[in-house]
Ligand binder design. Sequence first.
Ligand code: SF4
Length: 420
Amino acid sequence: MKSIRYLYRIGNGPSSSHTIGPSRISKYAVKNFPNADHFDVTLFGSFALTGRGHMTDRAIVSSCAPIPANIFFDYKTKTEHPNTVKFDIYNKDGTHKILWATSPGGGSIRIGNEKSAPEPEVYKEKNFAQIRKVCEKNNWTLVDYVVNREGEEIFDYLGEVYDAMMDSIERGLKATGELPGRLHVKRRAKDFLKSLYVDESEVGNSFRLMYAYAFAVSEENASGGIVVTAPTCGSCGVLPSVMKYYGEKYKKPRKTILEALAVAGIIGNVIKYNASLAGAEAGCQAEIGSACSMAAAAYAYLKKEDIDGIECAAEVAMEHSLGLTCDPVGGYVIIPCIERNAIAAIRAVAAGRLAEYAHASNAVSFDTVVETMYKTGKDLNKRYRETAKGGLAESFIRAMKKGSKKPARPKHKKRIIDAK
Ligand code: SF4
C-alpha cells in the first residue's frame, strides 16, 4: 500500500475521481507533451455521463492551460474502466499522439496500461489482518505502525490536511446563496447554526453541529472549493465533521487529532487497495461508506479504543453502508451527496459507540466487510454507479416531469430536467 498522503489529497471539488484525477491527468499531458498545439479530450463512461455536473470538463480545460483543450463526450463507446479519458495530442510539428488514462478514485490516476499510480509502496501489509499481526508482534498501536512505515514527518502533512479540512468548514459556514449548477440548491450549513434549528438537548445539539460542519465542507466541495479527499471529494464532509466536533468536545491536543487522522488513513488505505473508493466502480458505499468507516475509526481512536475497538468501529460503519447506491441528481455532487455526508457523520459516531460495547463479540472482520462491499458494488446495476441514470437521479427527475412531486423551486423545473 502507498502512503496515506495519496489518500488525503488537498484540491478543488466537486469530485476526486471527476475533477482532481482529470486535473492531474491533464497536468501530466502538459508536462509530457510540451510541444502540443492543442488537445482533443474525449470523456467516456461515467466521465461522459456526469462530467458536466461534476465539472470534469472545466477541470481539464483549466489544468491544460495554456495549451487549449477541446472536450468531447462519448456516451456510447464502452471502456474497461468507467472513468476513462483519451487525449488526442496535436503537436506543433504536425505529429499526432494518443494518451489514454483513467481516474480510479480518490484523486489517483493511471496512465496508459500502468497497473498502479507511480507512487512508492510504503506499507508491505496488504489488509487489516496483516496490519494487526505486525502490530501484535511488535506491540505497536496503529499510530506506531504508521510512524514506523511513514516516518514522523507524516504528521507535517497530516497537519496540512487537518488545517485544510478546518478551513473548508470555516468557509462553508460563512457562505450563503445558491450552489453552482442547474439544480438551484440553497447553501444550508450556516442555517444549522441559527436559532431556528437549535435543539436544546445535548444529542440534538451535537447532531446540529455535526450536520453544520458536514454541510459546510460538502457545500464548499459542490462549489468547486478546496477540500480534502477523505477519501473522496463527494464524501469529504464526514471525517472533518466528526474530527471537529469530537476534537473540540474532548479538548484533544492537535497531536492526538493528527494521530486520529493517521488511523482513519489506514482504514481508507485498506479499502482503497482491496476494494474501491470510486462511486463509479462500487456505488456510494465505496465513497460515503468508506468515509463513514474512516470517521468511525478516528472517533474510536479519540475515545482511546485499542486496535480491536477501532477495527470494530470501522467494520460496523461499513457493514451498515452496504448497498448504498451512487445516484447524483443531474450529475451534480449535491443531491443526495451533501445530506449523505451529514447522516454518515452521525452514523460514524453511532458505529464508534456500538464498538465500545460490542468489539469483544463482533463476528465480522474489517477485511470481510471490505471484500463484501466490493463484491456488492460490482453486482450493482451500472445505473447505480455514478451514471446519474438510476435511483434518485432518475426518480427525482421523473417526478418533476410528471409533476407528482412539488419541486423546491418550480420555476426552474425545465432547467433541472435539462441538467443531464
Ligand atoms: S451519490 Fe455518493 S458516490 Fe455518488 S457522487 Fe454522491 S457522494 Fe459520490
